[in-house]
Design a protein around this ligand. Sequence first.
Ligand code: ADP
Ligand code: MG
Length: 630
Amino acid sequence: MAIRVLSDVLISRIAAGEVVERPASAVKELVENALDAGARDIRVDCVEGGKKLIRVADDGSGIRAAEVETAFLHHATSKLREIADLSTIKTLGFRGEALASIAAVAQVTCITRHAEESSGTLIRIDNGETLAHERHGRPPGTTMTIERLFERIPARLKFLKSAQTERGQIDALLTRYALAYPDVRFTLTQDGKIALQTTGNGDMRDVLIETHGADIASQMVPIEPAEQTLPAPDMERPGVRVEGFVALPVMSHGNRSKIQVFVNGRPVQDAKLTYAVVQAYHTLLMTGRYPIAVVKVSAPPGDVDVNVHPAKAEVRFRDADGVFSAVHRAIRRSLLANMTPPEAPSVFKRAESGEFALPGDGAASGRMSPGGIGRQADHSDAVIEARRVPVQRPLGGEAWERVGVSRHGSDTPAIGWGQAEASRSTQPEPTTAPGRTLPALRILGQLAATYILAEGPEGLYLIDQHAAHERILFEKLLAQHEAGTMASQTLLDPVSVDVPADAVALLEENSAMLRQLGLDIDRFGGATFLVRAVPQLMAQDDVPAALRDIAAQLESGGAPLRSEIEANVLRRVCKRMAIKAGRVLSFPEMQALVRDLEACESPRTCPHGRPTMIQIGMGQLEREFGRLGR
Ligand code: ADP
Ligand code: MG
């Protein structure tokens, strides 16, 4: 083929790909233009995830009739005059590329009226070709309508995801801008239904309730401004301000997606800043749990380079370390200031139950087991202490950080293996049944309300009660699931649950699969779901928290195989249901747990692959005590 200069239309279609990758990127550019135009009310309507139609209407400054055509030219912008302006840029846009790019790959209809002009303009451009340009009435502001996106670019069209997925992207995008601009009223509709609506009253809390749901929002505290009295001169870099809201550790998320960072009003994805947020929760969250945070960093425009990436999602700081530590300190300080101080050590209520009861922390209120065996969990003469660090309203055991220990005084007689029978009729036979991967164990007691101490033929076993229970539940659920007999319990009163806006599409998309797992949910409108039935084993669980966790699990799953999602959800359910560390167990409870564990196919690891037990062999004990060769 001969070398040829490409036509302008072709050039701009190729270039458009950089800016407009998918419907959400078009929405992003249009919303940013509306914000740059000083809009206080922005309405976004999408049909079929933006594939069919995107409309963004604002009440901003509008475009002068004489400039409308120019606005659609490449490198046409009102926001930048010379290179020096880049260092003081306060607007979200400055490249003058968005409108031209969108108009090159779709049909755009723009109706706009400048605030100082008496009449407006309509212009329609179809894949780079102007179809109409006339006077048109409207109140000051701009409405951009995008239709037939990528219709002429089959390669791009092919790579678009399902309408649901695109919708989810747009939901997430608007969520971010709503958080970044609480004084702007945002309305988002998807296929005619309201997906997100904020009041624009400037109150971040009100926005948080819309975007995160009332439950999460109620656990979020403002990031406190720096305390002037603190001596450290680098406390906050001059000019760097950190604001926003962070969730107390009682509320956390299964991945990093709820850590939202903004720099000078721009949502950014910055690994280092995200890490600063995670670090601020160091030791406050369990491993595998991530903060929920909305962090707004403002820095002098000259200290930030926003011109790193065409989509402007990346930024560079002149003093990245300074910004990092400002974010870290501000959040840490706010968390510590808002967490209630540790309580004095308290004596636990003893576990009265004789029967092994499923979860519901502290719900061990079953019957006494028949016979009231002498070794019954009688902790009255045992000193059990567990100092917990409460973090405001506790929501389930995971929220607690257990730092104390419990000791069972008289409960652990020093009897050797095999001698137990005489004193304890309920002990399992000290034999290893054929096909077992774990020998029968004799329980000695509980350590720190977290570990079960047991003796086996090979020495001492330390069993993590939470991990062990997770394994047991996982195998039970998996068996039920594979047999198609997943028991489901219909709730008498459906539970309504608010989920984060960006979880809506995921839950809807996976609702059929969830139903097979026994979880029957229905969208009720907005970001509210009605839970009608739950897996039997989940019946006593905190349903709203479980649903949000499952949504997070789906989200972090990327696009795995269906079976992987299912296994993930099962794991999740088990994690939630398993008895927590920090719960005192009665002897029969421990026995039941260990017996069930013995029956597992893979008793030695939890479903997440962590060990359920540590074994200390007799040989090792002898070595440690220097008995060998004595
Ligand atoms: P940029 O935002 O980088 O300047 P765009 O291609 O997005 O480039 O927009 C080009 C110009 O069109 C903007 O600089 C602005 O003057 C004008 N414009 C676009 N959208 C709007 C809007 N919603 N309200 C007012 N002016 C707008
Ligand atoms: Mg723009």
